[in-house]
Design a protein around this ligand. Structure first.
Ligand SMILES: [Fe+2]
Ligand SMILES: [Fe+2]
Length: 358
């Protein structure tokens, strides 16, 4: 089992590096200067490694199939991989690593018939020549050497991929931040100026924070994440601003099992404030998931639920400003005494509430 894993990983690393070399030669020759074709810093393209693994799997499954079936499967696999990778790269990292918009019959610039035909030819070349050559080389190297080399290269690739992904997902330039803040204010203002929402400023929510401040923070953080993920930012901001729309101090008043019941209360109050889309309703109703067992129907709901948790944890741990998502881990030690006072206050209010109920 372990040996199989190493062989799969080894093929992935080997063809990622080989793909990088192929692309460097092709692009640098066309441009007349050196071009690093990938998103990552190192000499590998994980798209090629992934494609190689797909072809190895398909070749194994289609060993007895004719050439037409194999060509059709290779076409579907290679085009699907190109389409999915292009979509994810544009959505998550806002980059376009290849662009077929100048090719005839292209789809969103990610795939086109000419290059799909090239990839099918490359898939047959892989099946007939490259993979057999690779396995011959592999058998000539000792198993220990293969394992050590594969482990090192895989860890370097993973570290590179993680570093680049995190940096691209959390980094916001000052200019972009200003644009995002203006967009957020444009969406949020009508609700923040609504008297029924503004009333939330009268209720304490987390340590030294009103419910309105909490809703605003959750909405802004959700908005930043949703922008990065190209989700529906309007629904995210509106749903997040209304997610805790209830009018009682949850530490001393309100229904039993407040944690389970307040999403429904907030939803009913929100319906009186504004017309809600199905997505906005789901965001409000599922914001305590997984405590409220039924899972969210939309990624936007998951974003708000996660941002709500991050904001709550941050408030109770007195973490630093998270205007940028990447700053969330900065602990402001100066706030520790204030935090302890806050916890004492919560315990006092809880005990007072329990005594009044008896
Ligand atoms: Fe809540
Ligand atoms: Fe909340």
């Amino acid at each position: 089992m372990m040996a199989d894993m190493i062989h799969i990983l080894c093929a992935f690393c080997f063809f990622s590096v080989s793909g990088w070399i192929l692309e460097v030669c092709y692009r640098s020759y066309n441009a007349g200067r050196f071009i690093n074709p990938g998103l990552l810093k190192g000499p590998y393209l994980i798209l090629y490694g992934t494609g190689a693994l797909l072809l190895v799997g398909a070749g194994w499954l289609l060993a007895d199939s004719g050439i037409v079936v194999r060509a059709a499967v290779y076409l579907a696999l290679m085009s699907g991989l190109e389409l999915a990778s292009g979509f994810l790269l544009r959505r998550l990292f806002r980059v376009r690593l290849w662009d077929y918009t100048d090719q005839r019959f292209n789809y969103k610039g990610s795939i086109c018939p000419t290059f799909s035909a090239y990839w099918v030819a490359a898939a047959f070349a892989f099946e007939l020549f490259l993979y057999p050559a690779y396995t011959r080389v592999l058998t000539a190297i000792s198993a220990d050497t293969v394992m050590i080399l594969t482990t090192v290269v895989a860890w370097v690739m993973l570290a590179d991929f993680t570093a680049v992904s995190v940096r691209r997902l959390v980094t916001i330039s000052p200019g972009e931040r200003e644009i995002l803040r203006r967009r957020y204010e444009q969406i949020a203002r009508p609700l923040l100026e609504d008297p029924d929402v503004a009333r939330l400023s009268r209720y304490p929510h987390h340590l030294n924070k009103t419910r309105l401040e909490h809703a605003d923070e959750v909405a802004y953080l959700s908005f930043l994440w949703a922008s990065r993920l190209s989700l529906d930012v309007v629904a995210v901001v509106r749903g997040a601003l209304l997610h805790d729309l209830f009018y009682y101090d949850w530490l001393t008043e309100g229904p039993r099992l407040h944690g389970l019941r307040h999403p429904r209360i907030a939803l009913e109050n929100a319906r009186r404030v504004t017309d809600l889309s199905k997505k906005e309703e789901d965001i409000i109703l599922k914001h305590m998931w997984p405590i409220t067992v039924i899972p969210p129907r939309y990624p936007e709901s998951l974003v708000v639920s996660s941002a709500d948790t991050v904001c709550a944890v941050r408030d109770y741990l007195s973490l630093g400003d998270y205007d940028l998502p990447g700053k969330a881990g900065m602990v402001r030690l100066g706030l520790v005494p204030q935090r302890i006072r806050g916890y004492t206050d919560i315990v006092r209010r809880r005990i007072g509430s329990a005594l009044r109920r008896r």
